[in-house]
Design a protein around this ligand. Structure first.
Ligand SMILES: N[C@@H](CCC[C@H](N)C(=O)O)C(=O)O
Length: 291
């Protein structure tokens, strides 16, 4: 029998980033990676991330959240998924201010007229924080390139950890970059011992970035909240933009404010509940009723 069989789920999205919320607080269990992979593969419940909720570990928090990618790997952060669990929990409790915990630390969320704002904590730029495979004096532009000589070669990404590792390449036109081909090569580049999310970022103005993301453990997604945070803080740090930008992804816009007073990253955007149901053996890759 599949471990997750018959568990309730809620299908949500954050700007088209496909999210499945599993509220496991009543009967906690670890999400088997092979069941996550089967669920992502079977097409009935396509998802980019599972946001699995566990009983809170600290006073005043709503849940501990573990984030599982479609390939079964775990991530320390998921911006779009965090807005989704904030909306889900607000619907259950009526609260407009919520705090979750994750392996990367606390996630304070507030629901307001502009959308759902998540405090994504502070960015980390040290080579060992990303992490990179070895010491790099200045991670503002590491020496890395990919792509055939005849195509626009991606060069010298900025790198940052915003709860998960990101590499951002600055390009003149995001549509001219074949991220579907270069993404997997770069995600698994040996310079990234924990792999990395790979973005192509086009600076439109000091207040506007267009972004495309190849997500670690998933692939191309319609939106990546941590990718938007990563591109925003790296662009500001390089003087390419201000500290408050709109990031346009295929699924829509996020507003990122890299707060001057404490360097926290505030991400604001929508979330949507689509439908709910219960997981079946077939969805989890096991024959129904199998012991
Ligand atoms: N879609 C997420 C990112 C989820 C985790 C990422 N794939 C990773 O493994 O680091 C977001 O909205 O941030």
């Amino acid at each position: 029998m599949a471990a997750l069989e018959n568990r309730p789920f809620v299908k949500m999205n954050g700007l088209g980033n496909e999210i499945v919320v599993l509220d496991l607080r009543e009967a906690p269990l670890m999400v088997p990676p092979e069941e996550a992979r089967a669920l992502a593969r079977d097409g009935v419940l396509p998802f980019d991330q599972i946001m699995a909720l566990y009983p809170p570990q600290s006073e005043g928090t709503h849940a501990f959240v573990r984030i599982i990618n479609a390939d079964g790997s775990e991530s320390g952060a998921c911006g779009n998924g965090t807005r989704c669990i904030a909306l889900y929990e607000s619907g259950r409790t009526g609260a407009d201010h919520l705090v979750f915990e994750s392996v990367a630390g606390p996630l304070a969320c507030s629901i307001g007229p502009e959308g759902i704002t998540v405090d994504m904590d502070v960015p980390r730029f040290g080579w060992h924080d990303i992490p990179l495979a070895g010491p790099v004096a200045d991670t503002r532009a590491i020496e890395l390139q990919a792509g055939p000589a005849e195509a626009p070669v991606l060069r010298a990404p900025a790198v940052v950890n915003v709860g998960n590792p990101h590499a951002i390449f600055w390009v003149d036109d995001v549509e001219a970059v074949d991220l579907a081909r270069l993404g997997p090569e770069l995600e698994h580049h040996p310079i990234f011992p924990e792999r990395a999310n790979i973005s192509a970022a086009q600076i439109v103005s000091p207040e506007h970035i267009i972004l495309r993301v190849w997500e670690r453990g998933v692939g191309l997604t319609r939106a990546c909240g941590t990718g938007a945070c990563a591109a925003a803080v790296c662009a500001a740090r390089l003087g390419l933009t201000g500290r408050r930008v709109t990031v346009t992804l295929p699924g829509g816009d996020l507003v990122i404010d890299w707060r001057e007073s404490d360097d926290h990253i505030l991400m604001t955007g929508p979330a949507e509940i689509e439908f709910d149901g219960r997981l079946t053996a077939a969805m989890l890759g096991a024959p129904a009723g199998a012991e």
